[in-house]
Write a protein that binds this ligand. Structure first.
Ligand code: ZN
Length: 208
């Protein structure tokens, strides 16, 4: 599982190398290619930047896959895709949640804290979202966390749908809906980030 994920990442990086060969490196604006590759999570987004120069540039926080250490701030382009492109990239269930602000059925996906250390990345753009160290069993049937891995990697949106006032959480890298945050979580934050499992992928750390 891990090796497959790693291979995919390498494929994206190879694609980025090819894209940068066309002179797109200039468009990245002072961020070295090595920095983007090191960002590991900017791979898919950076590749898009080569073809979607109008996408807003973001300053996110990037993290390493091997042990989750913070690589620091990294510039990436927001991933902007058409519905057809999102359909091609995501499963039907993920599309419904992420692009239509849906909610998966409780207990339908993995929701318990994994046995191994790791982190969760966006299923749409690979932005790092949550460290499994902050995951807890909320009893809701959805993966729950008391804080995001980096505040700037998620976006809070006031959500008044279904006659409720809630705070929706989206991925800063691609604007995909992830879930909601509530104020009934455990310490130290008292917050409960209630996420849809289908909107994220778990990356187990290779070292700890
Ligand atoms: Zn994303």
């Amino acid at each position: 599982m891990t090796s497959v994920t790693h291979d995919k990442t390498m494929d994206r990086r190879r694609f980025l190398f090819a894209a940068l060969g066309g002179g797109a490196a200039l468009a990245i604006g002072g961020v070295s290619a090595a920095r983007l590759f090191g960002a590991n999570g900017g791979g898919a987004m950076a590749a898009t930047a080569a073809t979607t120069s109008t996408a807003p540039q973001l300053l996110l926080e990037c993290f390493a896959d091997d042990d989750g250490h913070n690589l620091g701030p990294c510039y990436v382009r927001k991933l902007l895709l058409t519905d057809a492109q999102w359909h091609a990239r995501l499963s039907d269930a993920a599309f419904s949640v992420m692009r239509r602000a849906g909610t998966e059925i409780a207990f339908s996906g993995p929701h318990e804290k994994p046995n191994s250390k790791g982190m969760y990345r966006c299923a749409g753009c690979d932005t790092a979202l949550f460290d499994a160290a902050t995951q807890f069993d909320s009893g809701t049937g959805w993966p729950s966390f008391w804080k995001p891995i980096a505040k700037q990697n998620v976006i809070e949106i006031n959500d008044t749908s279904f006659g409720m006032t809630r705070t929706a959480i989206s991925c800063a890298g691609c604007d995909s809906h992830l879930g909601h945050v509530f104020d009934d979580g455990p310490q130290p934050t008292g917050l409960r980030y209630c996420m849809n499992s289908v909107a994220m992928r778990f990356v187990a750390f290779r070292t700890s």
